[in-house]
Design a protein around this ligand. Structure first.
Ligand SMILES: Cc1cc2nc3c(=O)[nH]c(=O)nc-3n(C[C@H](O)[C@H](O)[C@H](O)COP(=O)(O)O)c2cc1C
Length: 312
């Protein structure tokens, strides 16, 4: 029985990838995580220079969710290549970097710098962070900007490119097509949903930054719907993300058309989630008489007469 999948020319031992921002640079959790049960991991987002991120409070729990405004704190791409990349070589799973930028030129330069690190197998392009004042979500919300960023990064590197789409748009399929046309090898879908939690006594936002990005089980139906739309809109593989914490959750995305999934907020609960989901996927294959997880991808039987909101 095989759980292996291929994404953007990368062979993953299973479709379970740790999501950017929830597993640091991998090395911090080396004593807690069993990387042999992960198909891969995505590093915390990197700009060219180090960043402190936003002031606290930067996290607030919401019903079935987490609202964050970390603000892309990070060590910077050059420091990462010098101090962290060599320690990732023996991790035993596929490592993807998460590329950020305030300008198109910065995205391309970060990609160039990270391409020199042998431990990095591919680049997720973060055009969808809602928690920064410059760039971030703005690049992913406009299909022309999406095209421009992806095309510039395409020229800067030979590594597989996986733009990460924003859910904070009217029609995600339009952005997906723009990223594909600009040279994306696969797409990640989705980043966090823009939210606001209010402390009613103080009449102020609970997060110091104001708004934040919502993640966790609360966003899963939105993420599954968007993954389904994107998978129908482009011929390249889609990585589904949003609120996954068990095998059934992961299967929803795979059936909707995702070739792999990322797990984010659930990492803060228990890093054993990868082993549990892996076992659950194997069990599902057995129960359904299948021998490869790829046989599950895109098998949704959508009722013909049911509503299709987007003509994708
Ligand atoms: C604390 C936190 C930090 C995050 N940092 C990043 C980041 O640096 N880059 C990025 O592309 N996404 C980042 N994300 C978004 C996640 O990778 C993921 O897309 C989102 O949380 C939805 O998945 P989940 O519901 O499984 O958490 C972050 C999410 C959280 C909760």
């Amino acid at each position: 029985m095989s759980l292996a999948v291929e994404i953007a020319g990368l062979r993953l031992r299973n479709p379970l990838i740790a999501a950017s921002g929830t597993i640091g640079y991998g090395v911090e959790v080396a004593s807690l995580a069993d990387f042999s049960r992960m198909g891969g991991l995505v590093l915390k987002g990197l700009y060219l220079e180090p960043r402190e991120g936003n002031p606290p409070p930067r996290l607030v729990e919401t019903p079935a969710g987490l609202l964050n405004a970390i603000g892309l704190q990070g060590v910077g791409a050059r420091n990462f290549v010098r101090d962290f990349a060599p320690r990732l070589a023996g991790l035993g799973t596929v490592v993807l970097a998460n590329v950020c930028g305030e300008t198109i030129e910065e995205y391309a330069e970060v990609a160039r710098v990270l391409s020199d690190a042998p431990s990095i197998s591919g680049l997720e392009i973060n055009i969808s962070c809602p928690n920064v004042k410059v760039g971030g979500m703005a690049f992913g919300a406009d299909p022309r900007m999406t095209h421009a960023v992806v095309a510039a990064v395409r020229k800067a590197t030979r590594l597989p490119l996986i733009p990460k789409l924003s859910p904070n748009v009217t029609d995600i399929a339009v952005c997906a097509r723009a990223a594909h046309e600009a040279g994306a090898d696969a797409l990640s879908c989705i980043n966090t949903l823009l939210g606001l939690a209010i402390d009613v006594e103080r009449r102020r936002p609970k997060l110091a930054f104001g708004t934040g990005g919502l993640s966790g089980p609360a966003i899963r139906p939105v993420a599954v719907r968007m993954t389904w739309q994107v998978a129908r809109a482009v011929p390249i593989p889609v990585i589904g993300i949003g609120g996954i914490s068990c095998a059934t959750d992961a299967l929803e995305f795979l059936i909707a058309g995702a070739r792999a999934v990322e797990i984010g907020t659930a990492n803060f609960v228990d890093l054993a989630v990868y082993g549990q989901i892996e076992d659950g996927l194997t069990d599902y294959l057995k129960r359904h008489g299948l021998d490869r997880i790829e046989q599950v991808v895109g098998t949704l039987e959508y009722p013909e007469r049911a509503a299709v909101r987007s003509e994708t």
